[in-house]
Design a protein around this ligand. Structure first.
Ligand code: AR6
Length: 175
């Protein structure tokens, strides 16, 4: 089956995909940034389900229904807070992408959209996060053949350029 990876510009909570990923915090009870936007759009039933999940550790992921969103599922993952790069941030960030894809695939998701995890409030430099996100997804997809489409949903033109440059680099070298 063909597996496609792309980047797009927009608000992730509006995407009609099987699963969107949320850059949450360990409480899973909502916050600012993309987390706030997803909770507002999904409606109050989301936080009720999140309360039952007992939080989530950094690098791990949990899944809920999408409620009022076009997406069927929301995968909530907790990215690392940037502390300079030598405190295990790359491993934790890679783990977010791996676990999120796995848990979405376990629910039968064929299309998955990611925000740029940790690169907002948590301060991870996007120039380092984007190549890691793309490499981790590329490594994971062969083990998850039912996932056909992964989209990196960028919030700004600048972020989109960074993702597109990296995607052209790795996809160009694979061609
Ligand atoms: N759609 C897509 N991307 C978005 C959206 C949106 N609607 N809104 C923001 N972004 P952040 P983090 C981008 O701060 O760094 C929350 O309070 C944003 O431009 O949302 O992982 C949580 O509860 C950036 O590129 O997440 C945690 O406490 C990316 O999403 C904390 O923030 C991630 O930025 C997590 O921080």
């Amino acid at each position: 089956m063909v597996q496609q990876i792309s980047a797009c510009l927009g608000r992730i909570e509006t995407l009609s995909v099987d699963a969107i990923v949320n850059a949450a915090n360990s409480s899973l009870l909502g916050g600012g940034g993309v987390d706030g936007a997803i909770h507002r759009a999904a409606g109050p039933d989301l936080v009720h389900e999140c309360r039952l999940l007992g939080g989530c550790k950094t690098g791990q992921a949990k899944i809920t229904s999408g409620y009022r969103l076009p997406a069927k599922f929301i995968v909530h993952t907790v990215g690392p807070v940037w502390r300079g790069g030598n405190a295990g941030e790359p491993d934790a960030l890679a783990s977010c992408y791996r676990q999120s894809l796995q848990i979405a695939a376990d629910k039968g998701a064929v299309s998955v959209a990611f925000p740029s995890i940790s690169t907002g409030i948590y301060g991870y430099p996007i120039e380092q996060a984007a190549p890691l996100a793309i490499a981790t997804v590329l490594e994971s997809l062969p083990q998850l053949p039912t996932v056909c489409e992964v989209c990196f949903c960028c919030f700004t033109e600048t972020d989109l350029e960074i993702y597109q440059r990296e995607l052209s680099r790795v996809q160009g070298s694979a061609a």
